[in-house]
Design a binder for this molecule. Structure first.
Ligand code: RIB
Ligand code: CA
Length: 310
């Protein structure tokens, strides 16, 4: 088993919460830091939620607070899926022993940890990529210290905020495009795969019934999102961020293609679209990888086995 250093950059966020719980159970991931960003809700709330989830993860992982808005735009949030508290309206059931966060801003911590990790650092980004955009702007030698970036974001086809754009990219398309252009290989787990990586109500209830408070928390925070997805006609709730975390640890149950990916930042109808040559004979520079499919049964079994660990 290959264990490697990671930073998880996130906007908890109910599926971010599920992703962090899963990440804490994966031997492959040596989580050096959690960095928070404004996205699903404001950054004070995403940071407060990260502190709660850190307690549930059972590991004393440093948390560094990041950007409170996109680099060049107004913040767009997603309370309708995540709740005003970004935690699905769930009361965290425990007193937290550690509520401290690091002094450094997220982008400074990303640079420091990248340099400390001898070129082995993998960044798993499951919120808007603003912290990465700021880090790249401030430290132009950052790319040489990052092995790869695995993101939840984008889509070759479709969108969930507009018909063209997925939320994480839509919120801060400029930062996302800077990331795709910085020279670090980016692995994009977009809607093409994350909408296939869903959990049914019964599968969520199985996780909630595993006997641990973490399993119950995993299930409970997803209930609001599940209700929305069922209303929208889906069979279950898309586990967007968990898909990216599972991919980073083991991509064997996923389908990946080496492609070109850039982000539209100017379009009126298309701002935030991840433009890829996957379905075009007009080739682009192949700077990234798009994940297009997953074996859902294997995905669900992996999620269940990880959450059953304790
Ligand atoms: O489009 C889904 C993404 O947007 C997920 O990361 C979810 O947490 C929200 O941030
Ligand atoms: Ca997220």
């Amino acid at each position: 088993m290959n264990r490697f250093p990671v930073i998880i950059d996130c906007d908890p966020g109910v599926d971010d919460t599920a992703a962090l719980l899963l990440a804490s159970r994966m031997e492959e991931l040596d989580i050096r830091a959690i960095t928070t960003v404004a996205g699903n809700v404001g950054v004070d709330i995403t940071t407060a939620n990260a502190i709660k989830v850190r307690h549930a993860m059972g590991k004393d992982i440093p948390i560094y607070k990041g950007a409170d808005r996109p680099m060049f735009r107004q913040l767009v949030t997603a309370e309708e899926v995540h709740g005003n508290d970004g935690f699905g309206g769930v009361e965290y059931p425990h007193e937290m022993t550690n509520t401290e966060i690091g002094e450094e801003k997220a982008w400074d911590a990303i640079y420091r940890i990248a340099k400390e990790s001898n070129g082995e650092l993998v960044i798993i980004a499951v919120g808007p990529m603003t912290n990465i955009g700021i880090a790249l702007s401030k430290y132009n030698d950052l790319p040489k210290y990052i092995k790869r970036i695995v993101i939840m974001g984008g889509a070759a086809i479709g969108g969930n905020v507009t018909p063209s754009a997925e939320f994480n990219i839509y919120v801060d398309p400029e930062s996302a495009d800077m990331m795709f252009c910085c020279g670090v290989p980016v692995y994009m787990c977009g809607l093409d795969v994350t909408l296939k990586a869903y959990l049914t109500p019964e599968e969520l209830d199985e996780i909630g019934a595993l006997g641990s408070f973490q399993g119950k928390l995993f299930r409970d925070v997803m209930q609001g999102g599940l209700k929305k997805y069922l209303e929208w006609g889906f069979t279950g709730v898309a586990m967007h961020d968990p898909a990216a975390v599972l991919y980073a640890a083991d991509d064997s149950i996923f389908e990946t293609h080496h492609v070109g990916i850039r982000v539209e930042t100017k379009g009126q109808l298309t701002a935030g679209k991840t433009v890829t040559d996957l379905y075009s004979d007009k080739q682009m520079e192949h700077n990234a990888y798009i994940v297009t499919d997953v074996n859902r049964e294997a995905f669900v079994n992996k999620v269940k086995s990880l959450m059953a660990k304790f």
